[in-house]
Design a binder for this molecule. Structure first.
Ligand SMILES: Cc1cc2nc3c(=O)[nH]c(=O)nc-3n(C[C@H](O)[C@H](O)[C@H](O)COP(=O)(O)OP(=O)(O)OC[C@H]3O[C@@H](n4cnc5c(N)ncnc54)[C@H](O)[C@@H]3O)c2cc1C
Length: 351
């Protein structure tokens, strides 16, 4: 008798009820009968499950032999917590419009703009914000510069961004797609591409996966509605959030509205992030972050040939200013990657 396929019920028991879901959106996106929706910042079954097992098998938190991905992407397993590194740069967008709205150096948005302008992709799956609920992440399909500018900058609230991958394919018939996401979202994409049970209908269309460094992300209800509104922060004035040097900072242009130790907001973090050992989005084509580069620059780790070509072509076409770095310059990144591996192991032992 063949092994029974794990389905929504297993996902619910093993991931959602244990609260280790990171809300990446992969299960919602890959349900072929659109039976999964969102309730209280978790996936919820709202239709009839057809027991196909796609939701369970795209989830970055369900058991999977990640060495399969390492083998396919890089030809072998990395021994360093930073993962496979081909090259490292500090980069910033040459486009002033991008620099005004970007989180760090706008390299992420500039790379997407280069890919869209040159028709390497039909669209990019990114994360903007809802108009009604200010700073609530909104998965978006971006087709042009104006869309990309709406999605620039970091929302520290978890976003079901991969639901926009379903929109890109099902609503816009996109064949070539770039995706930006945190490590768990990149892992879901790699499962779609390389797992025996992968939702290749979507995975095969992802041409570039840009991964964001990520220490953790937070619940909207907790961080924004309870904490920030409780502190009297006027969300309509907020232009940027930053987590830097152990501080959670809320800005309105150059004014600092709030600066508190990150530990003050820790209670609003997702449990799934505490069990994540992937600070630097190890399975991305290109990983990007703020640490280890000067303010106004993005740290860029090139990991795959595909990522290398995209980056070099964007630089040669004048989309990015760059400064060459080496792995040795990634001191804080390496420290955070190691710390996240250690804390994930400890959290797993306690859970
Ligand atoms: C939750 C979170 C935690 C992070 N933690 C760290 C950290 O600890 N250390 C560090 O160095 N860097 C961290 N980063 C990455 C950093 O904040 C910048 O995103 C990165 O340096 C790229 O900067 P940029 O100017 O090139 O990006 P931009 O050009 O401004 O583009 C930002 C991109 O991020 C995407 N994005 C924004 N919010 C989300 C989200 N919630 N989920 C998925 N995608 C999103 C947007 O779609 C956009 O494409 C984090 C990012 C996020 C979203």
């Amino acid at each position: 008798m063949s092994a029974r396929v794990k389905i929504w019920g297993h996902l619910f028991v093993e991931v959602i009820r244990r609260e280790i879901c990171t809300f990446c959106g992969a299960c919602i996106a890959s349900c072929p009968v659109v039976a999964i929706s969102i309730k209280n910042e978790y996936p919820a079954l709202v239709g009839r499950c057809v027991a196909c097992g796609y939701c369970y098998n795209q989830c970055p938190k369900t058991p999977f032999d990640w060495s399969i991905v390492e083998q396919k992407l890089f030809g072998g397993e990395a021994t360093d917590p930073l993962g496979h590194v081909k090259a490292v740069y500090a980069a910033r967008a040459t486009d002033e419009d991008i620099m005004i709205v970007a989180q760090d150096g706008g390299a992420t948005t500039a790379l997407l703009k280069y890919a869209l302008d040159n028709k390497l992709v039909d669209c990019a799956v990114v994360t903007g914000v809802e108009e009604k609920d200010k700073w609530k992440p909104k998965p978006m399909v971006a087709f042009n510069k104006s869309d990309l500018l709406k999605a620039a900058s970091s929302k520290y609230v978890s976003s079901p961004t991969l639901t926009a991958l379903a929109s890109a394919v099902e609503e816009y018939y996109a064949e070539n797609i770039a995706v930006v996401g945190v490590g768990c979202q990149i892992r879901a994409i790699r499962k779609m591409q390389f797992s025996n049970y992968g939702y290749t209908k979507y995975g095969s269309k992802v041409k570039f996966a840009i991964g964001l460094f990520c220490s953790e992300s937070f619940f909207y209800q907790g961080l924004i509605n309870e904490y920030l509104l409780g502190k009297g922060i006027d969300l309509s004035k907020v232009t940027k959030f930053e987590i830097a040097k152990g501080k959670f900072i809320v800005k309105s242009n150059s004014d600092i509205l709030l600066s508190v130790p990150v530990k003050e907001v820790k209670a609003y973090g997702r449990k799934g992030c505490k069990l994540c050992d992937d600070f630097s989005a190890r399975f991305a084509d290109i990983s990007v972050g703020g640490v280890d580069s000067p303010p106004g620059w993005t740290t860029v780790i090139i990991r795959t040939d595909v990522g290398e070509k995209l980056f070099n072509d964007a630089v040669n076409s004048g989309y990015l200013d760059v400064k060459k770095m080496s792995v040795k310059d990634l001191k804080i990144t390496a420290k955070l990657a190691k710390m996240k591996m250690k804390s994930a192991t400890e959290a797993a032992a306690q859970s």
